[in-house]
Design a protein around this ligand. Sequence first.
Ligand code: SF4
Ligand code: SF4
Length: 417
Amino acid sequence: MPQANRLELIVQKLEALARDAQQLASGGNGAHGANGAPLQRAIRVLPLTENETEVARQMQICNACRYCEGFCAVFPAMTRRLEFGKADVNYLANLCHNCGACYHACQYAPPHEFAVNVPQAMAKVRVETYAEYAVPSFMGALYRRNGLTLSLALAFGLALFLVLGIALKGPLFGTPLAGNFYAIFPHNLLALLFGVVFVLAVVSLGIGVARFWKDASAGAASGAAASGAIPEATRNALTLKYLDGGHGDGCNEADDRFTLIRRRFHHFTFYGFMLCFASTVVATFYHYFLDLHAPYPFASVPVLLGTLGGIGLLIGPAGLLWLNIRRDPARGDAAQKPMDRGFIALLLLTSATGLALLAWRDSAALAWLLAVHLGVVLALFATLPYGKFAHGIYRCAALLKSSIEKRQANSLKLGSE
Ligand code: SF4
Ligand code: SF4
């Protein structure tokens, strides 16, 4: 065959392949390929953002290197892939928790020309994930100006309760009310306000994570794999397994040394938050089912849970803030500092104002302290789906997918698992 004809044939075949790819990308079930055979699978091919492209590039390098395989769940998951599409990149980015181990160990980190900095690249994609799956979608913009978002939410929460308190009770400094919060803000008003905000936050985050899950694991999870994976993923999330660096000595903070301190402060924060939540649940149960109304004595279950939780929520966020300030800036995304520190500050304010309220609940400052505490808690609840809190939820989904994936056959047969 003459050279020109052969070239024309190659071009025609390439054009036919491109048409097939376009039909697949547009999700056209029932479409037929250039050879007349039906195109079996409909896949979503979405363009990668600049940050996602950078993660994909670095994962290609890591996939050839594999030095960091034992550090965390990201690298074993990476070895199951040869190419990294949008869903893969989003999944891996949320599986990473920015421990820094791979950056400090990397021989290809800057100033090497490969410029591999996995924690930084992953951090930039993570925040894009939260914004992309935010519900409603226009609220995704709040991640970009998160410091401002948290400040405005806090100002609004404080103003609302201070004005409401004055409207309902008059001056907020006055006669002691023996710790009776409901003499200032009626119980039903608080239950309705916080109930609505909390449910909206849960629904918004829940829908966002469900959409992330659908994209990240499309068609991947069989029932058997999922049932075995759930306990493992729960254990990994509750123990923060991957903050041990993969060798038990912990992750890196300011330099090459390993430390478990970040894991400890995360635990104080998480379990402090859960104890405070448990305190609220028990108090609600007392109120509605046992007809026992606040204020509860210091030795009661709600107050003990709240006090322990408040102390945990004081130690944990204070430690995380200290670590955040000391952390090697090269491995993070500087643009996210307001989001990280703003969320930590809100947690700190929540526990500090809660404990102050408990300590001075029999004083004339009760109404003022209560208004401030409620304003802070409202700001925290309202911004849960649009700030750093999303990290915990998306990470749990990524951990579950990782545990499911481990139980499935690796079609590449190249991995290390
Ligand atoms: S981070 Fe660096 S050392 Fe680790 S696997 Fe990737 S290229 Fe290799
Ligand atoms: S920063 Fe830590 S968690 Fe993230 S990929 Fe590197 S080793 Fe894994």
